[in-house]
Design a protein around this ligand. Sequence first.
Ligand code: PMP
Length: 466
Amino acid sequence: MKLNDLPTFDTAALRAKDAAHHLHPFTDTRSLNAAGARVIVRGEGVRIWDSEGQEIIDGMSGLWCVNLGYGRQDLVDAATHQMQVLPYYNAFFKTTTAPAAELSALLSEIAPPGFEHVFFTNSGSEGNDTVIRLVRRYWDLQGQPQRKILISRHNAYHGSTMAAASLGGMSGMHEQGDLPIPGITHIDQPYQLQHGKPGESEHDFGLRAAGWLEAKILELGADQVAAFIGEPVQGAGGVIIPPASYWPEIQRICDKYGILLVSDEVICGFGRLGHWFGCQHPHINTRPDLITFAKGVTSGYLPLGGVLVGERIARALIEQGGDFNHGFTYSGHPTCCAVAIANVQALRSEGVVQRVATDTAPYLARQFATLADHPLAGDAQSLGMVAGLVLYKDKAARTLFDADLGVGYRCRDNCFKNGVVMRAVEERMIIAPPLVMTHDEIDLMIARIRRSLDDTLAGLRAEGLI
Ligand code: PMP
């Protein structure tokens, strides 16, 4: 369908309906309704359009998920075909479906060695709920039922269900839900800007930050600790890229105390870091026992998530476990699985993951780094196709703006105005563009971000805030 073929949208009417009836996730409804939601009506490649015809480069791949970009007919065809043949059937009644079986096998081909099994969910949150169930079941089967505690990190994001939000370390979420639930505890994140000491090297900071895990294990007693969970690169927390020394040290500590390692790859999976899974990136380099995935498995075209289950847990579950009393109506939904198969096949046959590693991500890194010469921006960093920078009030002194000024949100609004989606997380501005972005599109995205930084600076100056 061409843009001109689209029906016209009555933006005011849609906004009114939305304001009257739609409660948005993670949103202050009152202030949203005062401004009115932007109605997104179409996507093609790396671009989206709103109902008023504005073209916007989607620097966030939707919500870190549209890895192949918009408008892929092969994914549409896979869904259409499966819906015609068998839109749904469950996997509970000693039954399976062709797409669920095929996708399970395909995932074990692209997963790191030792991952031969998958448990399907609908979302990343349900994936991480499943992680807790699997981890605790594993230790029960090992005759160590007291090993219940999962250790995570402050400012981690692992989802929004009660258990996944507890695993996450978002204080604003914990405050509103009497969270975390019991048996989950947090250590500090490896964010040098927040926790580094003056003069400390990145390498030393990474080792010190990993050491917080060992200290927590010793405090709790190793025989009480079931697992450590982390995102290879914290996404929603603001694209916090840990030092290269961090993850290998975490792996060493988990091995030393026999603690399971869970890699939450809801963002980092399916090529985002230029490898099928983030743990395979040399900067991360871990051997997890469980991998949570969602988002990029279908490039967001349909909801699907799950957990890749490593050998020692799978063996215990299958050989000793009997019934595993956990699952969802839509675990292994055939239409979602069919789209995931088409998505993985396209990522593979078009060499997308490899191209990210050798070409697209290095190019993005170079272009994104140039933003650090802007007076407002510093510490521009990327890994694969995620990148973040810090908005500074005084870059030389590394002084941040007063949080109440909402400088990040001003910058984000300017980005939308200038035709690019960039997300604000406190002092950080972040992107995670589609993996299929071309050099020209990267250049245009960076130019629009630069213009938005200029506009933000001009606005702050006009108000006498800088
Ligand atoms: N884990 C991570 C690392 C995520 O980024 C997210 C979502 N942003 C989730 C889990 C939760 O996934 P979902 O929103 O699909 O439940």
